[in-house]
Design a protein around this ligand. Structure first.
Ligand code: XMP
Length: 525
């Protein structure tokens, strides 16, 4: 029997703060399962979630505006601890009899909170003592409104120079409000405060650890799948690799990993990926050689979105054909993770049946008559990384740059031809090899070559060449939503350019892309 990793749970009611997902991650890092759901979920949904504590997030609205969001009063009557953060604190104040008004002084950035009254939330947590002999906390504030009258049965716990009620509490009911953001790293004791709330005030057990998560997923997969067989779209990227390894632990050879070589992969990628995972982990990988099928279907197509769609549709056709080939296969596994679920606008994992428009299978595989299984669906990327390490994946898989599902198809501008793919593969491989050699591969977030279907003149020896152009792209980013072009050393660029022009027939010129995102996307198409 594995421990029930969902036994203790915190519910975040989300009012649209940009930090809500950070709160979820912090609570999980502390060791407690946590989910954020929209602020207006029903009483039944709250009961179904069965939280040990509720956190009301911040949000962009002003409590003083007519029709601004309010939480159901129900949560104040069910006897569980509540922590309101920023907007969450203000609505709690207003709904429980306090008054909030627009402040003439916005408080944004670092602040010093002076603790005036003892409170269980901060007991022995502080950043020092001020000249009044009171404990202080260094925190991050971001608010315009402030409480001017306490709600009934609440006490003032702490203030800043601009904000009289920076922290409020009703110890008896275990309701706490903080005007600052404990979830951001700028609040130095923020994690301690959240941990105090979760562990001591909500009395949660710490069941959410990498080991227990892995055991739980494997157990759950076994119970669900029983004696059936499972098909997995396997690309060798981190999400599909972790999904494959978890399934392999759960059901062994009843997992069929399908690796599609669509002719748009990087140099030697198919062979290296299949060899690595079948030899090191014993995965049962079926390689589908489909270069001609993809390239023939792409003849004459120049529009990037049309290319994506075409590539995605053929992936689906192939999975459909494979699933029919093996009648025992009842399940299709996907490496969907929690952020994919959030991005598709579905808040509650438990209620979501929607299949992610997964890049690698390029759309909803409606045609496929299999049940969907998504073992990573509750997990953040950093949790997936921790599991990957636990399952023995090495750095070459863990820290590989992301590679888009349509592959070189969106790195060859305009129409795709085999000749272009072959040239691009070799140029790209030289670029990546040199990045590794100069220890820069892990410093850039994503690097690759792009094939530009324009010709330019080069004179090599006595021969005039009129050949294609390659652009190099290397970016640094945290979330891939924005990115800076990476300032690679000139001597490295020089070496890569020389090698590409000398070693790859068909290239006359190499350029370096110095565009940031926004506005220029990371991929050229
Ligand atoms: P952009 O080009 O939008 O890329 O700045 C952001 C990140 O997404 C990847 N990307 C894709 N991944 N299918 C994928 O699986 C796609 O169609 C696709 N387009 C972009 C890109 O490589 C980068 O990491």
């Amino acid at each position: 029997m594995t421990k029930n990793i969902y036994a203790s749970r915190i519910l975040i009611l989300d009012f649209g703060s940009q930090y809500t997902q950070i709160i979820v991650r912090r609570i999980r890092e502390i060791g407690v399962y946590c989910e954020s759901l929209k602020w207006n979920i029903t009483e039944k949904e709250i009961n179904d979630f069965s939280p040990n504590g509720i956190i009301l997030s911040g949000g962009p609205e002003s409590v003083t505006e007519l029709n601004s969001s309010r939480v159901s009063n129900y949560i104040f009557n069910i006897g569980i601890p509540i922590l309101g953060i920023c907007y969450g604190m203000q609505i709690m104040a207003v709904q429980l009899g306090g008054v909030v008004e627009i402040s003439n002084k916005r408080e944004f950035g670092y602040a010093n909170v002076e603790i005036i009254e003892n409170c269980e939330l901060f007991d022995n947590i502080s950043d020092g003592i001020n000249k009044n002999g009171n404990y202080i906390l260094d925190v991050w504030m971001s608010h315009g409104d402030k409480i001017i009258k306490l709600p009934i049965d609440f006490k003032k716990v702490a203030s800043t120079t601009n904000c009289l009620y920076a922290v409020i509490a009703n110890d008896k009911k275990k309701f706490y409000g903080v005007q600052f953001h404990p979830e951001v790293t700028h609040t130095s004791k923020g994690v301690n405060i959240l941990a105090r709330f979760v562990k001591k005030i909500c009395k949660c057990n710490l069941c959410w650890t990498t080991t227990t998560i892995v055991d739980d997923i494997i157990n759950d997969l076994r119970n669900k799948i029983k004696n059936d067989y499972v098909l997995l779209a396997f690309s060798g990227g981190i999400d599909s690799s972790v999904t494959a390894l978890l399934l392999h632990h759960a059901i062994g050879d009843k997992l069929f990993c399908v690796f599609v070589d669509n002719g748009l992969l990087r140099l030697n990628e198919a062979k290296e990926t299949i060899d690595f995972f079948s030899k090191k982990f014993g995965l049962n990988i079926i390689k589908i050689q489909a270069e001609d099928r993809f390239l023939n279907a792409l003849i004459g197509i120049t529009d990037p979105e049309e290319k994506r769609k075409k590539i995605g549709n053929i992936f689906i056709e192939i999975f459909n054909e494979e699933s029919i080939k093996y009648p025992n296969i009842k399940w299709l596994a996907q490496g969907t993770i929690y952020s994919d679920v959030i991005e598709s606008g579905f808040s509650s994992i438990k209620k979501t049946h929607t299949i992610k428009s997964h890049h690698n299978v390029g759309g909803l595989p409606k045609k496929i008559k299999l049940s969907l299984i998504e073992p990573l669906k509750t997990l953040f990327k950093d949790e997936v990384y921790k599991i990957a390490i636990k399952l023995g994946l090495s750095n070459n898989v863990l820290y590989k740059h992301p590679f888009p599902g349509p592959g070189l198809g969106i790195r060859i501008l305009g129409e795709i031809k085999k000749e272009y793919c072959d040239i691009l593969r070799r140029a790209d491989s030289i670029f990546i090899e040199e990045l590794y050699k100069s220890n820069l591969y892990n410093k850039v977030s994503q690097a690759f070559a792009v094939f530009l279907p324009i010709c330019s003149v080069a004179v090599m020896g006595d021969t005039r060449k009129y050949d294609w152009v390659i652009s190099l792209r290397a970016v640094k980013t945290i979330d891939f939503m924005t990115a800076h072009w990476y300032q690679l050393p000139y001597n490295l660029l020089n070496k890569v350019s020389n090698r590409i022009i000398n070693e790859v027939t068909g290239i006359s010129r190499v350029v370096y892309d110095i565009s940031g995102k926004p506005p220029s996307t990371i991929e050229w198409e």
